[in-house]
Write a protein that binds this ligand. Structure first.
Ligand code: NAD
Ligand code: UDX
Length: 486
């Protein structure tokens, strides 16, 4: 079966970049990415490639080459579904914020709506590909919805989870460690699997394309994210121990990471992991384990999230304690708001939760991020407070404690403390001597990413505190240190 026409439902961080790369590598296939969000589609069609809705290194070049040739972005969902032989579902699957499974289960309403829309529109046989991250056994639900159309159309449902990480998406897609395709064992399913394999085979070797049964594929995605996040929570747990024992977490990570059985990646201690995937997918895994009556397994995975929340809280508390037990009315400058460098995505960013704690203690939060707008930062905080049921009056007053700048120089002027929340490379290149001269003294730096040269900063006069590093500052601040250590 040769695929000529692909449609992707969802033009977000996954749908946009993955389909751009498929279109780039398969010029003979027409790829149409559709979304209900008109603004997003308009942005994908922007002539000025700097205004694409997703910032990813290398993405603009791929879009420049393929868009208008065989890559199209559109809001015409029905016609794109009708024309396609293969339909990817890459819509959002956030944690449920209401009803059964609230705060834990994945909200599958967008996926279900896609299935119903496909069932309604399709007039010829189609392959449906789950690209969104879904709970194990969702393919069954989709198949059930699709098989009840009564119009004789046949659907093959495949699982093809996406493993790209934001900030490196294009490289991850072009040089994937592996692509995973799950399907049933029937002859028609095997043909569908082969059709999808043929697409990836345009640029990946057969070794990189794994095929499994559909349930293993669905579960592998949740598992991969849980294992990755587990490593971060493990090293972050140890960072707390390092801080009270004078061990250095980066040295510990390097020492254990050289053991080839452990490996060196994903051992960078931080203010806590963020992003739209790790927390959501682990909560979903925990929910599934409870649903299948496996409480011990559920608690095991849940601890990763508990530890991550603790790490964000610990960072904020450390700032408050160090600044003489109050940050009320003090200017705390946040360098970075995105959940990691090289992305404009802020979903579940640690910055949001650290800001919340500090604002609760009366701080003024002054933010600079090279890719995140004031509108987005305020919307993130508003969303959190609304979810917590905070009154509109209080939200407005809290939002007045947030200031966002277009340059770091303005954000850092007359600050009491600097907190590094995202590991943007440019933060390392600042003229820290000048920054010091413009800050209140003692001038504190809380490096939530361990990216700054603490020796150099200490020599300038800063009081520097990294994650999992010796907590003691200069002798002059001994009293404070003891307070923090208690
Ligand atoms: P996103 O929110 O950026 O994009 C999803 C898009 O789907 C939105 O633009 C939304 O308007 C659109 N949409 C919703 N319902 C629709 C419908 N019925 N028809 C057409 N469009 C519709 O989400 P994302 O980050 O791209 O994630 C998508 C899925 O991929 C999620 O399941 C996520 O867990 C998974 N995933 C994400 C990443 C990542 O790094 N962001 C990586 C791997 C997997
Ligand atoms: C993750 C998975 O890596 C990817 O395979 C999956 O498809 C989607 O979820 P993403 O969330 O985009 O990707 O970025 P990732 O690089 O995994 O970082 C997630 C968070 O963990 C970030 O906040 C990052 O700063 C943090 N992190 C990562 C650490 O704190 N320490 C590390 O060692 C690695």
């Amino acid at each position: 079966m040769k695929i000529k026409n692909i449609c992707c439902l969802g033009a977000g961080y996954v749908g946009g970049p993955t389909m751009s790369v498929i279109a780039l590598k398969c010029p003979e296939i027409k790829v149409t990415v559709v979304d209900l969000n008109t603004e997003r589609i308009l942005a994908w069609n922007e002539e000025n490639l700097e205004k694409l809705p997703v910032y990813e290194p290398g993405l603009a070049e791929v879009v420049r080459e393929a868009r208008g040739r065989n890559l199209f972005f559109s809001t015409e969902v029905d016609s794109a579904i009708e024309a396609a032989d293969m339909i990817f579902i890459a819509v959002n699957t956030p944690t449920k914020t209401y009803g059964e499974g609230k705060g834990m289960a994945a909200d599958l309403k967008f996926v279900e709506l896609c299935a119903r829309q496909i069932a309604r529109i399709a007039k010829n046989d189609k392959i449906i590909v789950e690209k969104s991250t879904l709970p194990v056994r969702t393919a069954q639900t989709l198949q059930t919805i699709l098989d009840h159309t009564g119009n004789g159309v046949k659907f093959e449902v495949l699982s093809n989870p996406e493993f790209l990480a934001e900030g490196t998406a294009i490289n991850d897609l072009l040089n994937a460690d592996r692509v995973l395709i799950g399907g049933n064992q029937t002859e028609s399913d095997q043909k569908a699997i082969q059709a999808l394999v043929d697409i990836y085979a345009h640029w990946l070797s057969p070794k990189q394309i794994l095929t499994t049964n559909v349930w293993s594929s669905e579960l592998s995605k949740l598992t991969a994210n849980a294992f990755l996040a587990q490593r971060i929570s493990s090293i972050n747990a140890l960072s707390a121990l390092c801080e009270v024992t004078e061990a250095d977490v980066d040295e510990v990570a390097a020492a254990i990471g050289t053991d080839s059985r452990i490996g060196s990646k994903f051992l960078k201690a931080s203010v806590g992991f963020g992003g739209s995937c790790f927390q959501k997918d682990i909560l979903n895994l925990v929910y599934l384990c409870r649903y299948f009556n496996l409480p011990e397994v559920a608690s095991y995975w849940e601890q990763i999230i508990i530890l991550n929340d603790y790490q964000k809280y610990r960072f904020a508390k450390n700032i408050i304690c160090t600044l003489f037990n109050t940050v009320s009315g003090k200017k705390i400058t946040f360098l970075g708001w995105a959940f990691k460098k090289d992305t404009n995505d802020t979903r579940e960013s640690a910055a949001i939760y650290v800001a919340e704690h500090l604002i609760e203690d009366g701080a003024e939060i002054h933010v600079y991020d090279p890719k995140v707008s004031e509108e987005k930062i305020k919307a993130d905080m508003r969303y959190l407070w609304e979810l917590k049921g905070i009154s509109e009056e209080k939200i407005k007053s809290k939002l007045n404690q947030i200031f966002v700048y277009k340059t770091a120089v303005e954000a850092l002027d007359k600050a009491h403390a600097v907190a590094v929340l995202t590991e943007w490379d440019e933060f390392k290149t600042y003229d820290w001597k000048t920054v010091y001269s413009k800050m209140y003294k003692p001038a504190f730096v809380f490096d939530g990413r361990n990216i700054l040269d603490s020796k150099k900063l200490t020599a300038i006069g800063f009081q520097v505190k990294g994650i999992g590093k010796d907590i003691r500052f200069s002798d002059k601040l001994k009293g404070i240190n003891e307070l923090v250590l208690r």
